[in-house]
Design a protein. Structure first.
Length: 164
């Protein structure tokens, strides 16, 4: 059985930017896991149920964490950069540059894991369309509906055992 980690990132204080935190909360309920926003980065280990991790942003220290897993799903918001409201994409490691020093891509995290630890998990990204980015914990009605669709998409991804 694969060891799986789902990482949701974004700012839960900025409405739809925090959609990943809402999705991970829904996944926790369905998977019988504690709320990852309250778990303070404590991962429970490989027991056949995916681990869930909420972060404000991706950073280099995640390379050590993800190297211990077989499959990783990154969950984030997008502002219309993709045609799909809920975009799912399988990814591979690869260094990507960014004009922002605080921005690291999922592909870069996987590449760092491979470089530093000699292995990287299979990766996927789920990106959900956000519409409002003010200062609030609640999602906009449109993004709240998309969060449910994204949760279902991740559950489908979980149900397919990949060869590792």
């Amino acid at each position: 059985m694969s060891k799986i980690l789902i990482i949701g990132y974004g700012n839960p204080d900025r409405e739809d930017d925090g959609v990943a935190w809402h999705i991970l909360e829904r996944l926790a309920e369905r998977l019988g896991r504690p709320d990852p926003a309250q778990a303070a980065d404590s991962l429970e280990g490989a027991d056949g149920v995916p681990d869930l991790l909420c972060r404000l942003q991706l950073d280099p220290d995640l390379a050590e964490t993800v190297a211990d897993y077989d499959r990783i799903c990154f969950v984030d918001a997008h502002t219309g950069a993709y045609a799909e409201d809920v975009r799912f994409e399988e990814i591979a490691g690869g260094f990507q540059t960014s004009p922002f020093t605080h921005h690291m891509t999922p592909e870069t995290v996987l590449a760092l894991a491979a470089t530093l630890h000699g292995r990287a998990p299979q990766g996927a990204v789920v990106s959900v369309r956000g519409y409002q980015f003010g200062f609030a914990h609640a999602l906009s009605p449109a993004t709240a509906q998309l969060a449910e669709a994204a949760t279902e998409r991740i559950m489908a991804w979980l149900s397919v055992e990949k060869k590792v």
